[in-house]
Design a binder for this molecule. Sequence first.
Ligand SMILES: Cc1ncc(COP(=O)(O)O)c(C=O)c1O
Length: 388
Amino acid sequence: MLKNCTDSLMRNTWVEIDLSNLEYNLSQARKMLKSKTKIAGVVKANAYGHGSIHIAKALIENGIDMLAVACLTEAIELRKYYSDIPILIMGYTPSDKLKFAVQNNITITIFSLEQAIILSDIGEMLNKEVTIHIKIETGFNRLGLKIDSNIISIIEKIYNLKNIRLEGMFTHFALKTKETDKIQYELLMNVIHKLEAKGIYIPIKHICDSIGMVIYPEYHLDMIRLGSLMYGVQTSSKKEGSLRSVMTFKTEISQVKEIQAGEGVGYDYSFVAKKKTIVGTLPVGYADEYMRALTGKGEVNINGKRAPIIGKICMDQCMIDLTNIPYAKVGDEVILLGGNSKDGITLDEVAEKINTNRNEVLSVISRRVPRVYIKKSKPICIVDYLLD
Ligand SMILES: Cc1ncc(COP(=O)(O)O)c(C=O)c1O
């Protein structure tokens, strides 16, 4: 049993995380891969809002090869629970924090000889082999070792450092066009081929994220880094088949009242009733990351019926128009996000309304919102970050 599991829900705003659907999506991904292609489960940003500890547990139970995060603290959070699984930090780790990463057996991404030398010295001091991946700059211009006339000799030096195990090499697609992605792939492979000509073989070469995996079977290399697709975010090609939504964001009505024509609702009275209106109050707001940008645009689903958000979304609460659902009452369950468009509110719909991408909508759900984990339609565990 994981430490931070409670058995009762202390707040009536929560997200449900369906682990069976996560497993299903992972199996859809596996169908697209050769059996020897590894999968790094991307669990950064609290597993895109789904809760990294429990998502990692499900992934490990499903034979994931590696976990991938953005930064050291995310890696350490996972390492406290899982001592053996390789954990890759895909982002930058400041040099003065590298020792802590090595002590915790974290696989570190580097893109400079300087950091490799520091890591080699740390390895020597701790009598440990330090596992690294080198990120190559191929066009995204975010992080990576620049390709120039020195790159092969730099990597050779890194490879020959004591206590360093050069396990991986990767880059990240900008996904601009097939042509630009091909250029990025070829730039990476060109470096790899030159290294191989010198007898340096990199065991885990990787380039694809979810979209890359789906559209470029020819670029899968040794591992793919799978994030959004696991969480049910469909690619535009839909070649992965129909995915299942993993997260459903829910709340319950906390008050119902009738207001008359001319009465306002919320800050600035930005909604003024044109006729007699039934107003429902929901205990969820932008601090939970029920985003303020949904003001005037958002809708919720109550038992298959839609109700629009009225007035400005507050930090902790918001109001809905229940006039068309007059039987709705305090305690009724409300779907804010998740499921399909008939019984729920799709991720695509919310992302489109606030003009952002779907990963952002998922990953920002606040830690104030408890996560309820569900498997085979049964709740198995509740995580309340504020109480555990
Ligand atoms: C370097 C890197 N690899 C893989 C991923 C996973 O991407 P996706 O969620 O599209 O699968 C990300 C996510 O942003 C990333 O930054």
